[in-house]
Design a protein around this ligand. Structure first.
Ligand code: KG4
Ligand code: ZN
Length: 342
């Protein structure tokens, strides 16, 4: 049996996991930085990378302890090296390279977006490919044709803000805490999703793309009309709940419409959904309904495997088995994946 250590430091979670080559998860640790970024209402890259430096070794120690292993029991080290924040990615990559060199074990590269889809493979406990992949995270909202675990083709994605980013920014406008997604979802539970008539950008076009920037601005204008300063009295609880519910429904309408368009076009029969926004219960419910109508099997991981974690990096096992290991010259590939860049 082989033991693979996986590191994940793409954004603001310092995470590590140990899995076997048969995809058994022996241990998983996620050190969240939410507390550090809350006062700024969003992730501050420099703070994130410094926190990763402080946490990466204790997190590796903890995961090995929980797996009842020592470093010498490891057979490979995997690390997410793209996409993400440059400084954050570098911390995980440096740690993984050092371990790979010191232990003389292979280094495996993980694509963070592909790993989000692979979380569905782990949750299902069986093969899910070929499938349509929807990734809804803080930086990405993308549709992929996933022919196999090593074969992802980008079909479309957001042309501006990501869905999670829109949740975070709207939460900020509504005076809700960071991270915005869970806060908006909570507030929306008491709200009326039809209280505000918000736009559903691109929903009537035949493009497999998303756009959430205008929707965010539309919420901003419901709070403070154009030309009016953003400062003012706190919003009434009813207004917050209704705006949160109306915004959430608008985002979900866009996500569902384009995902179903992609399903119709590709004729794929399995839909795998990953990324932090996939933790949203209303999105899960709506995607399940629409998939059900088309006879598509929808797979979405439990919430803790939707938000960033290292377990999903078990996609490294597929690479390892295919002989896809990396030299120590492996670099990070930071930034966002957009259709024009890939
Ligand atoms: O995948 P993830 O943990 O990190 C990135 O790769 O970006 O996604 C984080 C994003 C944040 O924008 C967060 O607000 C959003 O996922 N999110 C949610 C929920 N939980 C997390 N959005 C909507 N509803 C949720 N329940
Ligand atoms: Zn992510």
């Amino acid at each position: 049996m082989q033991h693979i250590l996986i590191l994940e430091t793409t954004c603001d979670e310092t995470a590590a996991a140990v899995v076997t080559d048969s995809l058994d998860v022996l241990a998983s640790v996620v050190a969240s930085q939410d507390e550090l970024h809350r006062r700024y209402g969003g992730v501050v890259p420099e703070i994130a990378s410094r926190a990763h430096v402080e946490r990466i070794l204790p997190v590796i120690d903890a995961v090995l302890r929980r797996a009842k292993l020592t470093a010498s029991d490891l057979d490979a080290v995997a690390v997410a090296n793209t996409p993400g924040l440059a400084g954050s990615l570098l911390v995980g990559l440096s740690a993984a390279k050092a371990l790979s060199l010191a232990l003389s074990v292979p280094l495996v590269a993980v694509n963070h977006l592909q790993a989000h889809i692979y979380a569905c493979r782990l949750a299902a406990g069986r093969d899910v490919f070929p499938c349509l992949g929807l990734i809804v995270s803080g930086g990405h909202t993308s549709l992929y044709r996933c022919a196999g675990p090593l074969d992802f083709e980008l079909l479309g994605g957001t042309i501006d803000d990501a869905a999670g980013e829109a949740f975070d920014k709207v939460a900020n406008l509504l005076g809700l805490p960071f991270p915005g997604g869970p806060a908006v979802e909570r507030a929306a539970r008491d709200g009326n999703p039809r209280a505000y008539d918000l736009p559903r950008p691109l929903v009537d076009s035949d493009r497999l793309d998303f756009s959430f920037s205008g929707l965010k601005t539309a919420v901003r204008y419901r709070i403070h009309p154009p030309g009016q300063a953003a400062a003012g009295a706190p919003l009434e609880a009813r207004t917050v709940a209704d705006l949160a519910a109306s915004f959430q429904e608008a985002v979900i309408d866009c996500l569902v419409a384009k995902t179903m368009l992609a399903a119709d076009r590709t004729a794929l029969e399995v839909l795998c959904v990953g990324g932090g926004v996939a933790a949203n219960s209303r999105l899960r419910e709506r995607l399940a309904q629409e998939s059900g109508k088309r006879g598509i099997e929808m797979i979405v991981p439990p919430p803790e495997l939707c938000t960033d974690n290292a377990v999903m990096g078990a996609i490294a096992v597929e690479r390892l088995k295919a002989g896809l290991t990396e030299p120590l010259s492996l670099d990070v590939a930071p930034g966002l994946v957009r259709k024009s860049t890939k």
